[in-house]
Design a protein around this ligand. Structure first.
Ligand SMILES: Nc1nc2c(ncn2[C@@H]2O[C@H](COP(=O)(O)OP(=O)(O)O)[C@@H](O)[C@H]2O)c(=O)[nH]1
Ligand SMILES: [Mg+2]
Length: 387
């Protein structure tokens, strides 16, 4: 069947900020320069993605493909920059990703004038420690705006099963323009929402859950949401760092999104459409990790979920908190995480008194309780009419 994404030309300006994937060559072990870039890039209105050190090229390229980042920033401190950046360029081209904005920086050989000329020949704009970080942001924004001008396309036809590459591209199109998938997929993917306060361990638990489900040959889409700050527009998309081992799996597709903390109706609709696209790629399950949540209303997000999981910390779960209103009321399941370091009996007592649905004690560090969580999810899918 031929499907298409169709819609008007109104650009979703509040949805789309340019993304840059920050990387180190596989053998380079120096992440400090990356950390120095993150906040200045956010201030320039750009979402930086950082995935961690020591990743093979194949993993870097798969991440670039799934995130469909507008720019790739490479920090080189050891090795021959021309060989390393040449290799990256070849790998990106091989994966059909030749249109990226490429920037590079670092120390050592990259500072030599003839090296900069070589890298310019490969398409990289080089920024060195003497350059103001703002210049990197300004360069990326300028190139991004140029690319945006020529990339508005309203109707996109495609065959019913999406490739990984097309899935990534279509998600970007949805970020750009309010499009509708026609017809909607018959088989939806089962949507599991992971919510809870920042730092409760949502990403770490998701990594463990994916590790188990991956062994069962289940196809999984993952949406990771990180917050834009109240002052700066860009968001640091850093959740992938906790799931590095999962990013090479052919059955897993991970995409990061910057979100405002109030989850407007438009952004919830957008996330729903992304999960429909995941279904067309073949995903049986879509996980959505929300930005850290507190006591604000999460009702709109609740609409999105076939299964709403609330991740809580034992020390912060007591009767007083549970008796107050909050997002935890929407939960089908509570995970009391970090039981390797915090006693849980008081939290359990409070949950038994004030929470009607099941809870599990878990640890993302030791893996305790993760099998039970996976069984719970799979059982729910079995009983789900659209799953
Ligand atoms: N001791 C312990 N630490 C954990 C556990 N799960 C996560 N953490 C740590 O808690 C911090 C926040 O974890 P993260 O997964 O980023 O939380 P998120 O903000 O809810 O996604 C990190 O330093 C993790 O290593 C756990 O089960 N036990
Ligand atoms: Mg997280």
């Amino acid at each position: 069947m031929n499907r298409f994404l169709a819609g008007g030309g109104d650009r979703e300006t509040d949805m789309r900020t340019p993304k840059i994937l920050l990387i180190k060559p596989p053998l380079d072990d120096h992440d400090r320069p990356i950390y120095d870039l993150i906040v200045p890039l956010r201030k320039a209105g750009i979402d930086p993605i950082w995935t961690g050190l020591q990743q093979p090229w194949s993993q870097i390229v798969k991440t670039a493909l799934e995130e469909d980042a507008d720019a790739i920033g490479v920090s080189v401190h050891t090795g021959d920059p021309a060989i390393l950046l040449g290799k990256l360029k070849t790998e990106l081209e091989r994966a059909g990703l030749s249109e990226k904005i490429l920037v590079a920086g670092g120390s050592g050989e990259i500072t030599l004038p003839d090296m900069q000329a070589k890298l310019a020949g490969l398409g990289y704009k080089v920024f060195l420690s003497g350059d103001a970080v703002e210049n990197i942001g300004a360069y990326i924004m300028e190139k991004f705006r140029e690319n945006q001008k020529c990339s508005v396309s309203i109707t996109e036809h495609f065959e019913s099963r999406l490739s990984r590459h097309l899935l990534a591209k279509h998600i970007t199109r949805l970020e750009n323009i309010n499009l509708t998938l026609v017809p909607p997929p018959k088989k939806k993917s089962f949507r599991v929402l992971l919510a809870g306060p920042a730092g409760a361990g949502k990403s770490s638990l998701l990594n463990k859950i994916l590790e188990k489900l991956e062994l069962r040959e289940i196809k999984i889409g993952v949406m990771l949401c990180d917050p834009r700050g109240p002052k700066e527009k860009g968001a640091f998309l850093g959740d992938r760092v906790w799931m590095q081992e999962r990013t090479l799996s052919e059955n897993i597709f991970i995409r990061s999104f910057s979100q405002l903390s109030n989850y407007s109706r438009r952004s919830v609709n957008f996330l729903k459409k992304v999960s429909d696209l995941f279904a067309l790629w073949g995903a049986d399950i879509t996980f959505l990790e929300t930005i850290g949540m507190g006591q604000e209303s999460a009702a709109r997000l609740g609409e999105l979920a076939d299964l709403f999981i609330w991740v809580a910390l034992p020390n912060e779960t007591d009767s007083m908190r549970l008796m107050k209103g909050g997002a935890h009321e929407l939960a089908d399941l509570v995970l009391l995480n970090k039981i390797d370091k915090e006693p849980s009996f008081k939290a359990e007592l409070a949950l038994k008194q004030h929470f009607q649905n099941p809870y599990f004690k878990v640890s993302a560090h030791t893996g305790e309780g993760i099998d039970e969580v996976c069984e719970f999810i799979l059982e729910k899918i079995k009983n789900n009419p659209c799953g």
